[in-house]
Design a protein around this ligand. Structure first.
Ligand SMILES: Cc1ncc(COP(=O)(O)O)c(C=O)c1O
Length: 365
């Protein structure tokens, strides 16, 4: 199907290197998870200075991470009210009692103060923090809270590959983090994801969980109940080539983000605290003064050929959660009402940026 927009919201950058490595895998005769996936995991582990287990998407990565950390039905799990649905639906599907926390309106991330208010009064098993659009949360503060209140910290870094907190890559810390390699992400394997952890026991469990509970593929001996979350060597071959290009990809995204911030005068943007030493800009959020102005730009830009999108509907307002919309989450609501997300992708050129800026200009006057 032809894209109706001149400037898409996102676009994967698949080049001749990926095509040629795909061809090699096809010719090798081994297409499912094998040596190439192992090689991809080695490269990712080096990149993140951690131990990485790949899976078939970011949602599976979160499922495996929660199971590896022993989540049980009825356990209390905190998640931000403003996030992609998977952060919420996965613990919910595993039977957790999920508690929503409002986010900070300037960073779009959960802040430690709001989390502390809940963990100090309730027995919370896990807190899932999310690096929204690739902007890291305040990791030191959350790690400290996790020790003080004895909860498992999981980082949903699905959007944050390549981002850095105090000059250290997200995914290289002691706690478990998950990433997504969906087509809109910084690197893609079409669908794909991984879990990174510095805890050897967790890594061992993850290995087992992703492969129907067995320790060794090719054998039919299963020690725990699980499903199939494996990726394929075809996808890992794409991933290996993508990872070689990540520095250039992140530079392009950063250039586009800078271009938006410099030129869009009537908008404000995600606030970047000092502890964020690299934002990988999986998405780019812009905030209008109010909902009316936002809606005007949303419609006009889309009519003008730019695929601008609405932000996530907060979890408390999702149709599936009609019982929750009595609770007030004012910041999530404001973000939803006033923001939009602009096109940003690895191969986006200056002329594409200029087209978006000109389209904004046409509708400002
Ligand atoms: C914050 C967040 N968590 C989880 C996911 C799930 O990843 P996937 O789409 O690869 O299943 C995404 C994907 O977009 C995400 O943005």
């Amino acid at each position: 199907m032809q894209n109706q927009f001149k400037i898409p919201w996102s676009k994967p950058s698949i080049g001749k290197e990926e095509l040629s490595s795909l061809q090699n895998v096809i010719q090798s005769g081994w297409l499912t998870q094998g040596k190439i996936t192992q090689e991809f995991e080695t490269q990712l582990s080096e990149y993140l200075s951690s131990n990485v287990i790949t899976v078939n998407n970011g949602s599976s990565a979160l499922t495996c991470a929660l199971l590896a950390h022993g989540l049980k039905p009825g356990d209390k799990v905190l998640v931000p009210n403003f996030t992609f649905f998977a952060t919420y639906s996965i613990p919910k599907m595993l039977g957790a009692d999920v508690i929503l926390v409002d986010v900070d309106e300037s960073t779009l991330n959960m802040n430690p103060e709001n989390v502390e208010k809940i963990v100090k009064t309730q027995d919370v098993k896990m807190v899932i923090v999310v690096d929204v659009a690739g902007l890291p949360v305040d990791i030191d503060a959350f790690v400290e809270l996790s020790h003080r209140y004895n909860f498992v910290l999981i980082e949903d870094a699905a959007e944050a590959l390549g981002s850095e907190y105090k000059h250290q890559k997200i995914g290289s810390f002691d706690h478990t983090a998950i990433f997504s390699f969906h087509a809109a992400k910084q690197i893609t394997t079409v669908e794909g994801g991984c879990v990174s952890s510095n805890n050897e026991d967790i890594v061992k469990k993850l290995n087992q969980i992703r492969d129907l509970g067995r320790l060794s593929s090719g054998e039919y001996v299963h020690n725990i109940i699980s499903s199939n979350f494996r990726t394929t060597d075809l996808q890992s071959a794409i991933g290996i080539e993508q990872l070689k290009k990540i520095d250039d990809f992140l530079k392009s995204r950063s250039k586009i983000a800078t271009g938006y911030k410099k030129n869009l005068k009537n908008f404000s943007f995600q606030f970047i605290p000092d502890y964020v030493t690299k934002h990988s800009y999986m998405m780019f959020f812009a905030f209008a003064q109010n909902q009316q102005v936002r809606n005007k730009y949303l419609d006009s830009l889309r009519t003008g050929g730019v695929d601008v999108r609405m932000p996530w509907l907060p979890l408390s307002d999702q149709p599936v959660n009609s019982n929750l919309n009595v609770i007030k989450f004012p910041n999530s609501k404001n973000i939803y009402q006033n923001s939009l997300t602009l096109p940003i992708y690895n191969s986006m050129k200056n002329k594409d940026l200029q087209f978006v800026l000109d389209t904004f200009q046409n509708f400002s006057s």
